[in-house]
Design a protein around this ligand. Structure first.
Ligand code: ADP
Ligand code: MG
Length: 335
């Protein structure tokens, strides 16, 4: 009898507070992309706070805003900013760990292709060869506070900035006790807590070959998911397509056999840097990296030949009910 009463009480309790509330969503433009944060009404103040944090980071890290600290660095000035120094030190470390596949000093090459100013062009091989002499994380000098770049070196935080911004949003949500929120900073997702009905956030992964379709969806709670794909920013010239993820080894858009890479892990910055790096590496090297890299992460690779390769951790969060086309799914493990 006691147990029945307790069960009844629990049921009533669940009924009274379990009714899902209508989610709010806040949209804004920052870091050259449309950002959307979904939350409940009670958490709107915290979300506005996170939005101001992201605007602050945009003003610090933008390559196209003359007054930013990154622009000052790229003009050859010495910059004293501990946050920027920490970010660039981490970027240099990730450059080394990824064998140079992720390299923020690829900046002059990104600009030569016109991706910085959105004035696309195909640079000559001579131009690329000359610019590549300034690429390499060794060109970043920092003592933890003050940063200086070597002569001719410049940095582009486009491959890491939104991920770092999602970490800052996560910190604000935590500090302000937000119960659940979904931050979509372009292709950089942070799923905080759960939806108001207690279920995990669901994040669909786009089909890189069909903009209106999905290859599947991830169920996420307190996790970051970042997708990099050549389809996100590209131009066509002479019947060829050129996209914005540059292989620092060649100076050309990476042609690694991958169409998109999604990385899932506990840190936005890492997920962002790795999604770019693994796209450059291609399937075989990406799998090797997954098996050997010291920090845990999961990934979903969509290959140019239409396969969807998931690590075991990603497969555990994955469902294909949103997939309208049929795909060949493969799961790989750590060994
Ligand atoms: P998106 O910015 O579309 O989310 P990514 O996170 O993959 O995509 O970052 C691509 C951006 O990073 C490019 O627009 C460029 O600014 C910069 N970038 C391009 N190639 C590299 C690379 N190999 N390493 C680091 N940054 C890169
Ligand atoms: Mg990235």
């Amino acid at each position: 009898m006691k147990r029945t009463l307790a069960a009844l009480f629990l049921t009533l309790l669940l009924c009274s507070c379990g009714a899902p509330r209508e989610p709010e969503s806040v949209q804004f433009f920052a870091m050259d992309t449309l950002m959307t944060i979904t939350c409940t009404e009670e958490d709107l103040d915290a979300v506005h706070h996170a939005m101001r944090e992201i605007a602050r980071l945009d003003a610090l890290l933008s390559r196209t805003r003359e007054e930013s600290a990154v622009s000052a660095l790229n003009r050859g000035e010495t910059v004293e900013d501990a946050e920027l120094a920490a970010l660039l030190t981490r970027a240099a470390k990730l450059c080394k760990a990824t064998g140079g596949a992720f390299d923020v000093t690829v900046a002059p090459v990104v600009s030569a292709w016109g991706f910085t100013a959105d004035e696309y062009r195909v640079p000559t091989q001579e131009e690329i060869t000359a610019l590549l002499t300034h690429v390499g994380a060794g060109g970043i000098g920092s003592d933890g506070e003050v940063t200086t770049l070597a002569e001719g070196v410049s940095v582009d935080l486009g491959g890491i900035g939104k991920g770092y911004a999602s970490d800052c949003a996560a910190r604000v949500f935590k500090e302000e006790n937000v119960s659940g929120a979904l931050a979509a900073l372009g292709g950089n997702i942070y799923a905080h807590g759960t939806k108001s009905d207690g279920s995990p956030w669901r994040v669909a992964v786009r089909d890189p070959f069909d903009g209106s379709a999905y290859v599947g969806a991830l169920s996420l709670t307190d996790a970051f998911a970042v997708t990099s794909g050549g389809y996100e920013r590209y131009f066509e010239s002479g019947g060829k397509t050129y996209h914005h993820i540059i292989d620092p080894a060649t100076g050309y858009p990476a042609e690694s056999g991958l169409a998109s890479v999604t990385v899932v892990c506990g840190e936005g910055l890492l997920a962002d840097a790795l999604s770019t790096a693994l796209y450059v590496m291609g399937e075989a090297k990406a799998i090797e990296f997954y098996r050997t890299f010291e920090e845990p992460f999961d990934m979903i690779l969509v290959t140019q030949d239409g396969r969807v390769v998931l690590t075991e951790g990603a497969a555990a969060l994955w469902d294909t009910s949103v997939a309208e086309h049929s795909y060949q799914y493969e799961t790989i493990n750590k060994l």
